[in-house]
Write a protein that binds this ligand. Structure first.
Ligand code: HEC
Length: 106
């Protein structure tokens, strides 16, 4: 029984590491860059975050050091103001986990 529990724990740890930040970057570029790429004039997400944070935090999500997978997931699934919520048919749970890994500081 102990061995089974050990194997389950190892498997669980492997799943945590299985997030693929390279794929997360592709998800980001497809779904998020149109609003969050550098250059506030052309990108409403960057523009809004420039105004909200006034330089206290980077306006570009990829430069942030305080994002966690949980925070990213909350915004992606719920949306905020003009940012739409993304459905699982658009961004799957796996895509979202990879996206969270990509945007969280390493
Ligand atoms: C249609 C444009 C648009 C798209 C697409 C978009 N966002 Fe946003 N996002 C925004 C705007 C605008 C805000 C700021 C909202 C506000 O005024 O609070 C925002 C805010 C956020 C925030 C909150 C940051 C903070 O500190 O308050 C996160 C996190 C975020 N977006 C992540 C994402 C991710 C990840 C994606 C891709 C899956 C994405 N967004 C796609 C427009 C967008």
């Amino acid at each position: 029984m102990r061995n089974v529990i050990f194997i389950l724990m190892v498997f669980g740890a492997m799943q945590v590491q299985a997030q693929d930040a390279v794929h997360g970057k592709a998800v980001y570029e497809h779904w998020c860059s149109p609003c969050h790429a550098p250059g506030g004039r052309k990108h409403p997400g960057t523009s809004a975050l420039e105004i909200i944070y006034k330089g206290e935090k980077p306006a570009v999500l990829e430069e942030r050091l305080d994002l966690t997978p949980e925070l990213v997931a909350a915004f992606v699934r719920n949306g905020v103001k003009i940012m739409p919520p993304f459905r699982k048919t658009e961004i799957s749970d796996k895509d979202l986990a990879d996206l969270g890994a990509y945007l969280s500081p390493r």
